[in-house]
Design a protein around this ligand. Sequence first.
Ligand code: NAD
Length: 514
Amino acid sequence: MSIYTPIAKEGETRRVLALRSPIDLEPIGELVCANREDVQAAVARARAAQPGWAAKSFAERAEYMNRALKVLLARQDEIVDTVVRETGKARSDAMSMEIFAAADSLCYYAKNAQKFLRTRKERVHGLMGIAKQLRIVYRPLGVIGIITPWNGPFVLGMNPSVQALMAGNTVVLKGSEVTPYSTKLVEDVFREAGLPPGVLQVLMGDGQTGAYLTEAGVDKISFTGSVRTGRLIAETCGRQLIPCTLELGGKDAMIVCEDADLDRAAAGAIVGSCMNTGHYCCGTERIYVVEKVYDAFLAKVIEGARKLRQGNALGFEEDVGAVFWDKQMEIIEQHVEDAVAKGATVHVGGRRNPELKGLYYEPTVMSGVNHDMQIMRDETFGPVLCIQKVRDVEEALLLANDSPYGLNGNVWTRDKEKGFAIAARIDTGSVSVNDMAMSYGVPAAPFGGRKESGIGQVNGETGVRGYCHAMPILIDRFGGKELPSGYPYTQKKAEGMKKLMNFLWNTPVGRWLS
Ligand code: NAD
């Protein structure tokens, strides 16, 4: 039975989906998908609201974020309830990933956006610096379309919205059809915080609604989701010549060196793979362990994974929640089946939880995996630990880099500098040393994938500036009165220019000056 099913509703011309909770597959509501006219109307409202919003000072915009933060903290239980009902994720995952991270984002950008976007003076190099002053102004792009997936339905809408808003843009956000009401809460929070109408709107709908948004004349698309949809969005944006950032899938590698603290590494592997039911774009999907410590590491992981609690009581005492979507369940099952058929060993889990009615897959530990198996090549996005023995760190690095993805990764060793050196050789977006992948949760770290994991970076200074055009304004100190290379062109001026070039780039003093 699917998490959503299209239904016909009398008098409704828009597509309607009936939603079910992955916890027990019981109905939880309906989703009426915004049509092209709805999307265009939302973008028009956003366009009308943008100049007024951009005219506000950073302090005023920050004040709205601070109020939203207060609303978020006051309404956190209700938000967690909605997210848990729609996703089936463990309550602690909802609190840490959705509420904590969203609160951190609101606070961080309210505090720092002005610093990131203040007009900068840059020195103009060489002789030109005598005559010219350069200032760089960050101008908002206008209306930003944000399209998000189902694995972090609240925070993945909130975080880019806060950055775009602080930069002076207005936002039209479309969440996933799997989790529409969780994303809608972003709008509710801002409305209660008093955000002016049209500044942030959340559209409910499916992929078709998302496609309408990419074609509705927005100034940038900030997309988080699958590689497949990312390609379509890049094509549409390319045709319209509008920028986009694409935060896509991953197949993140973990490297365990022989000098790693194995207790910490095993705990990191378990939480890195099972947090948010493994539906974490930076989840640990491949674990390479050097042979000297392989047996000890595997034993610790098996012991730890067996202790994980899975259930549908929806309290804070459960570790691993439901799979959020039946389509993802099929992928997880297929990857595990393929690996087993090709010789992998399942030590823990490896099946749906027979005790629970909803979409629960048991936390799973597998060894004997290799790169001929789908589970080591394609994104699994489930609570599965796949552990491969390697000769040494060099082999681990070769395998880590043998992937079309490159989003995140982690390295475990007691020697921090060695960890840093190994991390810098992984062909990926970002890396943690002695921790599971954390970069998305650290706003100051620019976040974005390499290879098929995406284009562009979000978060921090880079992210906020990405919602702006960096506009250089060159000011002539002398009012442009004496232009040595200006009209009329003459033989004499050309000879002078030749002499100048010879001096600048052919003499030591000239090189120093330029
Ligand atoms: P998806 O690509 O199927 O859907 C993402 C969003 O795009 C949804 O809102 C969907 O309705 C919309 N959409 C679908 N077709 C569209 C189209 N043609 N035009 C415009 N919008 C369209 O992805 P998903 O299954 O919801 O999300 C899971 C994926 O997201 C995983 O691959 C995961 O790794 C990735 N992800 C990446 C990050 C990151 O930061 N890199 C974070 C979270 C999730």
